[in-house]
Design a binder for this molecule. Structure first.
Ligand SMILES: Cc1ncc(COP(=O)(O)O)c(C=O)c1O
Length: 399
């Protein structure tokens, strides 16, 4: 390394040095480089609903182009409160309990910065959505990982061990992050599992931070249960959600938190100094999105079920062992049949020689070895994209 590079590196913070660049976003860049079909990053390649695009255009034409109220446009906060009331029979005060952020990504980091002190610990299920690790580091907290174990049978569920979870809780535990429906596993946490987590949160006085951005993407009759609706959890839960996945607008960067007023007030301060606010016209469009009729959500889940059911047999046929998702839009797979040294070399072969980009399993684990036999496919893509991937995957040979 040259002197200039060494000098520049000396300016970096310990925090930034602590984590690597996002592998998921890197895979999208590689997909472009090799002209591969991109089944890595979880963004749809089909259009967003026409009515919400129109609402965004109208808001811009109507000059909603200046800062919104820092914690969110009133119209969107009201729409969020109304939707939560309708779907969960839960009363949320849009004036004191909702904060609109730049995506659920910012909602998560603002929440952690609002509640964590150095030395605090945050329990995270592993494999985990890769932002949670750096989020904990940025907030000064130490992540404590608890394993989700893959099912033995093709139709089984990912499970966790209650004793292992309990042993991750102690006097340093500030919060637990729960993502249901789950990325990358497709697990939808059952009521009994959430109750077990609830009991630990109450016993150890711990906050639950729940990332529910795939709440409407469910299969096989799976039911989404929002942690805050469980007895005893309303005052110790921060619910995170957003427009990205439900309305296929990942580039709009609109998400939110729902939390008790005291926690909301802290989140709002962090959020204000981090970003000032989410894009004002897109918040207005968000208010229009949240009043789409019930059929919209049924249709969304049904279209994703079709895509899942197209990709599952293609992958099985190609030699992957698939873990059938119950929610979200990813398929985690086992790649043992291909005989590669690890997930990264296999992923490289897939993007460069076969022409399909996926995410190496190791990026969802603290210890890369734990994910070295797994890769994740995203199926939030047009049928043509999935067919293009299918025909390329036929060239993949097993060892
Ligand atoms: C579990 C999970 N949380 C959050 C995000 C990011 O959401 P947003 O676009 O609202 O920041 C993703 C995106 O893939 C995700 O999978």
């Amino acid at each position: 390394m040259g002197d200039a590079a060494t000098q520049a590196k000396s300016f970096l913070s310990d925090k930034a040095g602590h984590f690597t660049e996002s592998v998921i976003r890197e895979m999208t860049r590689q997909a472009l480089l090799y002209n591969a079909v991109n089944l890595s990053q979880g963004f749809p390649d089909f259009p967003a609903p026409a009515e919400i695009k129109l609402a965004a255009q109208k808001a811009i034409a109507g000059d909603v182009n200046q800062y919104a109220i820092t914690w969110g446009a009133k119209s969107l906060r009201n729409a969020i409160a109304a939707q939560v009331h309708q779907s969960q029979k839960r009363i949320v005060d849009p004036e004191t309990e909702i904060t609109v952020c730049c995506g659920s990504t910012e909602a998560m980091i603002s929440t952690l910065l609002a509640v964590c002190n150095p030395g605090d610990e945050v329990v995270v299920f592993e494999p985990f959505y890769e932002n949670y690790g750096p989020d904990s580091v940025l907030s000064g907290a130490r992540p404590r990982f608890v394993k989700l174990r893959p099912p033995e049978a093709e139709n089984g569920e990912w499970t966790f061990d209650g004793d292992e979870l309990r042993s991750a809780f102690d006097r340093h535990t500030k919060a637990i992050i729960i993502n249901t429906p789950n990325n990358p596993t497709g697990k939808v946490f059952a009521r009994t599992e959430l109750e077990l987590i609830r009991d630990l949160c109450v016993e150890f006085d711990v906050l639950a931070i729940t990332d529910e951005i795939y709440e409407h993407i469910l299969y096989d009759g799976a039911e989404h249960i929002s942690m805050a609706t469980l007895d005893g959890m309303r005052d110790r839960t921060v619910t995170i959600n957003g427009l990205s996945k439900t309305y296929s607008v990942t580039g709009w960067r609109v998400g939110w938190t729902i939390a008790p007023p005291e926690i909301t007030s802290a989140i709002r301060k962090v959020h204000d100094f981090l970003t000032v606010g989410a894009p004002a016209p897109l918040q207005e469009a968000g208010a229009a999105a949240l009043v789409l009729p019930e059929e919209y959500y049924q249709e969304l889940a049904e279209r994703y079920r079709e895509r899942r059911d197209v990709l599952l047999p293609v992958l099985t046929e190609a030699g992957f062992r698939c873990f059938r998702p119950r929610g979200a839009y990813y398929i985690m797979t086992d790649i043992s049949a291909f005989g590669y040294a690890d997930d990264v070399s296999f992923t490289h072969h897939l993007v460069k020689d076969i022409g399909v980009a996926v995410v190496p399993g190791s990026s969802f684990y603290l210890d890369p070895r734990d994910g070295s036999r797994q890769v994740r496919f995203a199926f939030c893509k047009r049928p043509e994209t999935l067919q293009a991937a299918a025909s390329r995957l036929r060239n993949l040979s097993k060892s």
